[in-house]
Design a protein around this ligand. Structure first.
Ligand code: GRF
Length: 192
């Protein structure tokens, strides 16, 4: 299966996916990195890993449909079958949702439906919950609202800080996301 990863930032999840392919845990090809912030560190990671990059400045296009069409052309030309969002800080629009129905997944650092949107770990911390975690879900037109594929909980102890919770959450993300992609890949994407 050929996967495209969409990311906007540091790309530690992108790296975990690339590493899982390299060490044989994920039987897939990372065919493309799509990045809406050309200066993001994830672009360097992709170049180092030899993954092709489509990076773009959204302001150079006439709106979301326009840049999603440009992304779609790249995806099609590389035979991408599945899209994995990994810190891509935009809602996916109609063009990509229609082209990839149930073929776009996302990872979010909370137990959805709790704490959707930005700074989910900060939201959990501020709410004083004792349990948060990681959710992997299909993407629909909403913000972190699609059908849930997998979740794992992280306990927040009295001694925890935002940073320590983030560390625990990311450690789970880095194993769970490649593992879910492997399940999808093995079953021809028709599951979960
Ligand atoms: C992750 O915590 C992911 O759950 C969220 O954005 C963050 C991306 O981190 N959607 P990174 O760029 O992969 O390090």
């Amino acid at each position: 299966m050929t996967i495209a990863v969409f990311a906007s930032g540091s790309g530690s999840n992108f790296q975990a996916i690339v590493d899982a392919v390299a060490n044989g845990e994920l039987d897939a090809k990372i065919g493309l990195l799509v990045c809406d912030k050309p200066e993001a560190y994830v672009v360097e990671r992709a170049e180092k890993a030899g993954v092709p990059v489509f990076s773009f400045n959204p302001k150079a296009y006439n709106g979301k449909a326009d840049f999603e069409q440009a992304i779609l052309n790249e995806l099609k030309s590389r035979n991408v079958e599945l899209i994995a969002l990994a810190g891509y800080m935009r809602l996916i629009g109609e063009v990509l949702l229609q082209a990839y129905p149930r073929r776009i997944i996302n990872i979010h650092p909370s137990l959805l439906p709790a704490f959707p949107g930005l700074d989910a770990i900060g939201q959990a911390f501020d709410a004083g919950v004792k349990l948060t975690g990681v959710t992997i879900h299909y993407v629909d037109e909403g913000m972190d609202t699609g059908p849930i594929i997998d979740q794992e909980a992280v306990r927040i102890h009295p001694s925890d800080t935002r940073e320590s919770v983030q560390k625990k959450v990311q450690a789970i993300e880095h194993t769970r996301y490649p593992a879910t992609l492997q399940q999808l890949s093995a079953k021809g994407v028709e599951i979960l």
